[in-house]
Design a protein around this ligand. Sequence first.
Ligand code: DOR
Ligand code: ZN
Length: 351
Amino acid sequence: MILKIRRPDDFHVHLRDGAMLRQVARHTASQFARALVMPNVPPIDTGPQAERLKSEIFQHVSPSSFTPLMAIRLTAKTTPETIQEAKRCGVVAAKVYPQGVTTGSHGGVTIDQLQQMGAVFATMQDVGMVLCWHGEFPGPGWLSAEQRMLPEIRKVVDDFPRLKQVLEHISTREGVEWVRRCPDTVAGTITVHHLFLTLDDLGGRGQFGRGGMLQPHYFYAPIAKEDSDRQTLTEAAIEPSGKFFLGTDSAPHPIDRKFNVDAGCCAAGVFSAPVAMAALATKFEALNALDRLEDFTSAHGARFYGLPLNEGSMVLEKQVWVVPGTVAGMVPFLAGEELGWKVADVEIASR
Ligand code: DOR
Ligand code: ZN
C-alpha cells in the first residue's frame, strides 16, 4: 500500500549553523519543500542575519528543492525599523521566546518587556509578518507554564486583530482549546513527539519507556504532559478547521549535550526530522485518519502563512521500518522503534 501526498512543509525547525547545520540540513530538505527556521540558535535578531543564515543553508541544500522560510527573534532591542528591514529581507515571521524557558532563550523577553512591544506588533501587523510564540510563562511552574502564558498572548490577539499569530508546539489540552476559541488569525503548530509521548515516556514508564530509566532523548520544551493532553493534540491534528498544522520542532543537539556526564545535565530537544513523515503516517493510520495527513502536513500551514501549496509529491509506503539508532551522529526520535510506514519517494516537480 502506498500513500501519495502533496510535498509537506515543516513550520518549525531548528537547523542551527556550522557543522550541525551541515549534518542536519538534508534530513529536513529531503522531506520538506519548505521549513520555517527558528531563530534561537544561532540567535537571529535582524533581517541581514537571517539572510546570512539562509545563504549558509544553501551551501548544503539546493534552492531548487528546498526553501528555508526565515524568522527573527523579538528581543527588548527590536524596533519597528527592525521589523521593516526584516520584511525587506524576506523574513516571514518573528518569534517571542519568554526569557529562560528553553534553549537559547536567555536573550528572550520578560512579561514586562512584552507589554512594551506594542509598536513592534503594530508594525508586524502592518507589514504582514507572522508572530510566533514559544508559549510558556517564564519562571517557576513548569507544568502549568503553557496555560499561564495563554492570557498574555490573548491580550496581543485582542489588541492586534489583523496580526497572524501561532502558538508553537502546543503541549496541553488547554492550549488546543484556546487556539480553537481564538479568531482565525490564530493557529497552532503540533510536533510529532507531542503526538507520541507523555511525561511517563520521559520517565521511562510509558509505552516508549525503558524500565523506569529516564530518557534524555525524550526531553524537550515544552515538556510532554498527560495522556489526555496527547489525546487532545491528536484530535486537533486531524481536525479540518485549518487551525493546526505540522511544526516538527526538530532540535538536534550533539550527543555530549544530551548526555553531558561532566556537567550532569541534558539539553532539551528531539531530533525528529529524519523520522517525522514516517512517524506521522504511522500515527495517522493508527487514528484511522490517513486521509487527514495531507491537510496537516501540506495544506493548513501554507494557507495560514498565505503561501502557495507545494507542487510535487511525497510517496509513503506501508512497510515495517525500524528507526536507526543513529543518524548524522545523533540519536533520532524513536530510535530503535518499529514504524509502520516509510518515505519511499519524493518528487520535486509537479505531480
Ligand atoms: O526542546 C526544545 N529544543 N525546545 C525548544 O523550544 C528549543 C529547542 C532547541 O533549540 O534545542
Ligand atoms: Zn523549537
